[in-house]
Design a protein around this ligand. Sequence first.
Ligand code: HEC
Ligand code: HEC
Ligand code: HEC
Ligand code: HEC
Length: 370
Amino acid sequence: MMPGIKLGLGLVGAVGATLLGIAMISKFQLPPLDVVQRGYRGTAMQVNYNEKQLATYLAENKVPASLPAVPAAGPKAAAVYKNVQVLGDLSVGQFTRLMVSLTNWVSPKQGCAYCHNTNNMAEDNLYTKIVSRRMIQMTQHINADWQPHVQQTGVTCYTCHRGNPVPNNIWFNDPGPRASGGVFMAAVGGSAGKNYASGSVGDASLPYDPFTPFLENDHSIRVQGEEALPGANRHSIKEAEWTFALMNYFGNSLGVNCTYCHNSRAFSDWSQSSPAKVVAWHGIRMTRDLNADYLKQLSNAWPVNRLGPTGDSPKLACATCHQGVYKPLYGVSMVKDFPELRQPGSEAGLRYLNASWTPATPMDPAKPAE
Ligand code: HEC
Ligand code: HEC
Ligand code: HEC
Ligand code: HEC
């Protein structure tokens, strides 16, 4: 080979290696690390915390102060207002306190007008108000019925929204680069739903949409055989890969590693797993329930710019609440100051969901063709 070409290739190699090195360093966590043991000695069940990262998470997960409580006495909202279907039992004072809180949690920049025609607060002309009514019921349902997961800590709108009308960590069915016309993927044949880096699974070359099968549909997450020989286990390597993608997402959503829930010598064995695995098991069922009965049921309400590439509703998963932390907002309960968000809500909002949606303001783009 010509010496010039050799030198050139060598340079390219060196630059490549340096870039790879930088990419790797930025992925790996630098010391100092705090190590917290969570299982028996010798099982390596430990969580590593990076102090710098921890400082960022702590700053991002500060809970805003609740407005002072107001008396339950006095006329009820249902008697005073015209179109209160869910919160009618609150006193007018409590109702107003909650409206101001919703605004702080969901649309602090946009104010009341994000959900209301401010000339007529009773009108249901904005999709945001219709969605919010259902969100109030969803929040009540989570707090009242899903205590095996959220315990007494519970959630408020702030848990997911953090001052944004659209929460940060939502997902849609992802048809992937092949379906969206990726020439390379089409040329090399099926990508089996993987082989391109996706943030949803920590940029790993794993199936990039583990959400649809496991957190919208209820595909089984059990893949390991119970016997030494493969005979009885009908699960494929492909299913194991999809499970692994989901598990990566769990770890990233909670800021933990596999051994937070599993003893890695026996992933499937519940008796060797940590109690957190059981809480996570409930969390999986809760997520499926919320996607099916709330987010997807709103499919008629969302304007088209809120829908996914295949026209599906936005959906939630672990990171929507957890946002990188083992307990959302480090386990500080906001709902203790809002007992009205713990009551099982009436199902009145449903009638809107079945009615057809007519866009009423310039804010609402046309509804997608059915
Ligand atoms: C994130 C959406 C949202 C925001 C922001 C919001 N509201 Fe509401 N508001 C609702 C929903 C949903 C209802 C209906 C509740 C029900 O059916 O129980 C409602 C109902 C009302 C009603 C009752 C109207 C009637 O006659 O039926 C009043 C009054 C009201 N809101 C005031 C306010 C005020 C004042 C603000 C700003 C401080 C505000 N809201 C901000 C969602 C919102
Ligand atoms: C468990 C998580 C979660 C909780 C709790 C929650 N929301 Fe949401 N919310 C979502 C998701 C997911 C969406 C869909 C995002 C989108 O609209 O694209 C959404 C959408 C909305 C929207 C529509 C925003 C838009 O412009 O499209 C409003 C308004 C809203 N929520 C209000 C509320 C209110 C009010 C509460 C509390 C009573 C609440 N949410 C509680 C997850 C949550
Ligand atoms: C937050 C808790 C949690 C974390 C973190 C977690 N898992 Fe899981 N894992 C679960 C739960 C819960 C199940 C069982 C789900 C079910 O039964 O529906 C499970 C199931 C599994 C299974 C299938 C076991 C069987 O019965 O066949 C494997 C394998 C697995 N996890 C591997 C991993 C790996 C590898 C990691 C790290 C990348 C990981 N898990 C991180 C909670 C977790
Ligand atoms: C609606 C919001 C919400 C969603 C969605 C959610 N969680 Fe949670 N999760 C919580 C709350 C709140 C807690 C705190 C409960 C407590 O105080 O013990 C919690 C606690 C946990 C814990 C216990 C941590 C510990 O050390 O005790 C695990 C594990 C967990 N969640 C896993 C998951 C997984 C996995 C998913 C997705 C399949 C998920 N969660 C989805 C709200 C949520």
